[in-house]
Design a protein around this ligand. Structure first.
Ligand code: CO
Length: 212
């Protein structure tokens, strides 16, 4: 246990020297500030490292992760991250990235109580209820699981767009665009779910418009 802990600091030393070997100003440059183009909202799952799967470097992506990549409207943490990223960092893209084999989504399809987690996972059950006709029509359980993962990403994209920050920014500056992705753990591929931003915007403007 101690060995794997100590190893992290050894790894860090090597990481510092590797970066300095490539660019002696690497850390000085980063210390000056950040202007990432992406806000990435993903799952806390240890197998889905945001920067690595996107091939991006430190400074390139503002990251928020939680169980099952949720954007809960009363979650101060996620909402603060979105506000900061959109209003202050002026990110051009907000990405919600789910992943297949997501334990959070799996748990929301089950019937056991997990204590505190129940309330969090209930948000996913709400996504199921919203799309139950589509989901119940899928006989294969694994396919239904994958579909819920994808639909959950789409609903979280809507939740991003419901915020005052995103609506106001888009009305004034035409960004950020909101995207839904899913990461396939089995082959490392990132899949764009082609979230239809324009038609989503129309729906948002019908019901959730708070820009006036
Ligand atoms: Co997950």
């Amino acid at each position: 246990m101690q060995k794997s802990y100590d190893q992290v600091f050894e790894n860090n030393k090597k990481w510092v020297s590797d970066n300095l070997a490539k660019d002696e100003n690497f850390f000085q440059h980063l210390a000056k500030g950040q202007s990432p183009e992406f806000l990435y909202i993903g799952c806390a799952d240890s197998r889905v490292p945001a920067n690595e799967i996107m091939g991006l470097e430190p400074g390139d992506v503002f990251v928020h992760r939680n169980i099952a990549n949720m954007v809960v409207n009363t979650d101060m943490n996620a909402q603060s991250v979105i506000q900061y990223a959109v209003e202050h960092l002026e990110v051009k893209h907000v990405v919600v990235c789910g992943h297949y084999n997501c334990g959070g989504v799996k748990a929301a399809m089950g019937n056991s109580s997990l204590g505190l987690l129940d309330g969090w996972l209930r948000e996913i059950r709400d996504v199921y209820r919203l799309h139950s006709t589509t989901l119940n029509a899928i006989e294969d359980e694994h396919e239904r699981y994958n579909k819920l993962i994808e639909l959950n990403v789409m609903e979280q994209c809507f939740n991003v767009m419901k915020t005052e920050f995103v609506q106001k920014s888009y009305a004034q500056k035409k960004f950020p665009q909101v995207h839904g992705w899913v990461y396939d753990l089995a082959n490392g591929e990132l899949i764009d779910l082609n979230f239809d931003f324009d038609s989503a915007l129309k729906k948002i403007q019908e019901v959730y418009d708070i820009t006036k």
